[in-house]
Write a protein that binds this ligand. Sequence first.
Ligand code: ATP
Ligand code: ZN
Ligand code: MG
Length: 510
Amino acid sequence: MEYRLIGEIVLNKNIKQKEIEVKKYLKKSEEDILKTLKDLDEIKFESEYEIKDNNLILVRMDTYRQSAHSIFYRIRKTLAEYLGKNLHIGITTLEVKHLKIKFPLEKLPIENLQIPFVNKIEFNKQEKTCTIEFENIDKNFITKGNVERLIKRIKEKIDLTYYEGKAEYYKLLYESPKREIKVNSDPTIEMVNRNWIAPASTKGKWVYWAPATALFRTMEKIVVEELLNPLGFNEMINSNIVSGEDIWLRTGHLEGMPMEIYYVAEPVTRNVKAWEHFVDLLKITKEIPYDEFKKMIQFKPLKGLVYAQCPSIYWALKGKTIAVETFPILLFERATNSFRYESGGRHGIERVDEFHRIEVVFMGEPEELLKIREKIAEKYKHIFNEILEIEWRMASVTPFYMQQAGDLFEMGLEEGQLGTIDYEAWLPYRGTREDSEWLEFQNLSIVGEKYIKAFNIKHQKNQLIWSGCTGIGLERWVAVFLAQHGLNRKEWPQKFKEYIPDMPKPLKFY
Ligand code: ATP
Ligand code: ZN
Ligand code: MG
């Protein structure tokens, strides 16, 4: 990497008479900093100082490998000491006027790339390098490490252009026996026709009338009795609202899916008087006065509705040292709904903006966790084959961000120990089992230390803690079940019917 920096140091006194001494201290402070750096001969440091306008020093620095901007800011402290003690001169400001960085790339971008904060960005195809230029950079921008993160973001954006459209890593782990399919229709349409469900007041959400709710509760009962109780999971209840700063900034959700989050705003005040104008406008026009409304709600700090249930569970454990006897932690949560702005992807009850899910979370030492995952997978197999009697399959999938994360492999992990297993089922109304896209109706993941580290959760005996989760999407379970068995109870598998002795009567309208 090559750096070229042009900077300015403004002093609080005229130094016309002391030029030689000031330059000497500049060199001395520079040497002090360079001494602390490793591999000095590889840095190829070059600098030039020119005194202008009596109290202004123009600095030019060329460095290789070691960043010029960090050396420039580190010089300030030493220089201030020398000038203060020996010449009674102080530093008023020290600013980077221009910074140019050239760095090598593994891949060149395939399309035009935009990045904020830089004045210029250029790629050299022959050299496989990128050059960026900044003007007048703020000190905080440099000392907080933003320059380095900006370079990382450029490389990440280049990588992303290569992944687009590529399939995930996918390895089939299990295929259930083939089932004789009784129906071939979209269960959402059937449920609407029979008044089991109806559209809710906002997009992508449903009102589940008694028959649909009875099915959801049956699925929950099966999960609790067949899987969660036997394995010793305990139920907990979390909050529906999630903090952007405390939770999503740490889990990466705000970087990964800001476009899918449902944001929540609190009123600016509860003061009745302050809302009087809003109410006046509303009462007179019988319309919502949005311009006034915007003034009455808070955007900061950022909050939203649950996207996935587990981040809030980890947050509640942040900074805690967990007692040995508490392991493994086995919890599940089903009181909060999950919200995702699916927009054009919405379909039926299987891709909705508000869904009901039992989120099962487990934490413990790695070996124990792998055993827990085995046991969960066994129970699922039993439920799908013996109770729901559906045609399904299981595959190991690794999201690209995980395939990229070299640290997984540095940990000496075998393939498949970390990562996600997707459970998919055939929806006959979408087409043949061979050619149609199957529905992912749940997954089972071990995410290693990802969240444990993000929330600084510790083991009493300092052992390594891993965590994992499995989210049981009730809409998708019901969609799969009905797509394969239909809506007539008499067609349903015997063991399933034992869990739901009666279906509630649907409402009738004339
Ligand atoms: P997809 O690729 O289908 O969007 P995802 O990768 O976003 O799924 P996860 O974040 O892994 O899904 O969520 C886990 C489970 O939550 C899914 O297996 C599914 O059961 C459920 N789920 C996710 N999104 C929806 C949705 N929009 N509607 C209904 N259920 C959903
Ligand atoms: Zn989870
Ligand atoms: Mg999704």
